[in-house]
Design a protein around this ligand. Structure first.
Ligand SMILES: [Fe+2]
Length: 376
């Protein structure tokens, strides 16, 4: 970042806020969460889920007949919790906060602070955001000690030769997941969901996107980070996007570097798992990325080298386009954009017809805007 003019004038997000547009943060949030803690899912087949999780680079911390907990190598709580269920579904995200903040949230929303099961430790307050998703805020959960991570490669660059009499041999093995980075959620009440997260959890917007030609109707996607003051936080811990129904879009897990990401992808390919999109480098957040489908069709991302912003930066504004999802890499695939023939896009089409009739933020101009995104 150049200087400290508080602008956010990087490549592709050259525009700042116009008068009257969303400021991207709450004047007086109820609390400020520190980070995302974990994601919860239900799945019918825990054996298949664990096999994929090993190949993707997770370590199992807890396994019973009805529950599986997965972690990254950096110290902390598990980052994915899967319970046995009749069908596959995303249950919701959990964010971590100070114990006193759970009490504040409980008091403010009329909920209660509850104890988590012994293998997780700590307490939770379970909230609901306007689109209906369950959002947990947890404190004092059990922290697992660090596990070995993959070494970052030593590169010879130009005349800067750091590797002599030694070869470069990235092992073709699972990319070791270090931690959960972010989750992307779609909401049919995007603006209400966004304001709920900013007002209740004190999160702040790093970048806004709007449908092509619809800036005056307001943003339709936001990349949201935790407000840690002077301490830098991930460019986005949560991203929200407007769509015809509320659903999980993808979640992203940090790995060591490009070689770990690429070799880990080859390992997943060798095992026959379904690739979705990559490898490339994103614009909003700048991460190197590679997207995969787990056995239940959930989209999961390996990422490395993401941007960190402290609380001083104001949101950037840009048009939302398929070509604007990456600085380099193959074009976004139909699978990634959710327009490939299959269960997910069928759901999406069916929900469009009901969504256009019901009381939410998704109307006909928004549908036309969304269709324009995939083509641009
Ligand atoms: Fe992502």
């Amino acid at each position: 970042m150049s200087g400290h003019d508080h602008s956010h004038s990087d490549l592709h997000s050259e525009q700042g806020r116009l008068a009257g547009e969303h400021v991207g943060r709450s004047a007086q949030p109820v609390v400020k969460v520190r980070d995302i803690a974990w994601l919860e899912f239900e799945k019918p087949d825990l054996v298949a889920a664990e096999a994929f999780s090993r190949a993707f680079g997770f370590t199992t911390t807890y396994r019973s007949a009805t529950e599986l907990n997965l972690r990254g190598a950096l110290p902390g709580a598990p980052c994915v919790i899967i319970r046995k269920g009749r069908r596959s579904r995303f249950v919701g995200p959990a964010f971590s906060a100070e114990p006193a903040d759970l009490l504040r949230l409980a008091e403010h929303t009329g909920h209660t602070v509850q104890r988590l099961p012994e293998h997780l430790g700590g307490t939770t307050v379970d909230l609901r955001e306007p689109a209906g998703a369950r959002v947990r805020v947890v404190a004092d959960v059990l922290e697992h000690p660090a596990l070995p991570t993959q070494d970052v490669h030593t590169f010879n660059v130009g005349h800067d030769v750091r590797r002599v009499n030694a070869t470069q041999r990235p092992p073709r093995q699972p990319a070791v997941v270090e931690r959960l980075g972010h989750v992307v959620l779609q909401s049919d009440r995007y603006r209400a969901s966004l304001d709920w997260y900013l007002d209740h959890l004190g999160m702040i917007v790093s970048d806004f996107l709007y449908f092509p030609g619809q800036r005056e109707r307001g943003p339709t996607m936001s990349f949201i980070r935790c407000d840690r003051g002077d301490e830098p936080a991930d460019h986005h811990t949560l991203a929200l996007t407007l769509g015809p129904r509320s659903r999980y879009v993808h979640s992203a897990y940090q790995v060591a570097d490009l070689d770990a990401l690429a070799a880990g992808g080859e390992h997943l390919r060798d095992l026959g798992y379904q690739h979705s999109w990559g490898i490339g480098r994103h614009i909003q957040g700048s991460q190197l990325f590679d997207y995969w489908r787990d056995p239940d069709g959930f989209l999961v991302e390996h990422f490395s080298d993401g941007d960190r912003f402290d609380a001083s930066l104001e949101p950037g504004w840009a048009e939302m386009t398929a070509s604007g999802l990456a600085q380099w890499g193959p074009p976004a695939t139909a699978d990634f954009l959710g327009v490939a023939p299959g269960r997910e896009s069928l759901h999406e089409l069916l929900s469009m017809t009901t969504s256009l009739r019901s009381d939410n933020e998704f109307d006909v101009p928004r549908l036309l805007g969304l269709l324009k995104v995939a083509r641009s």
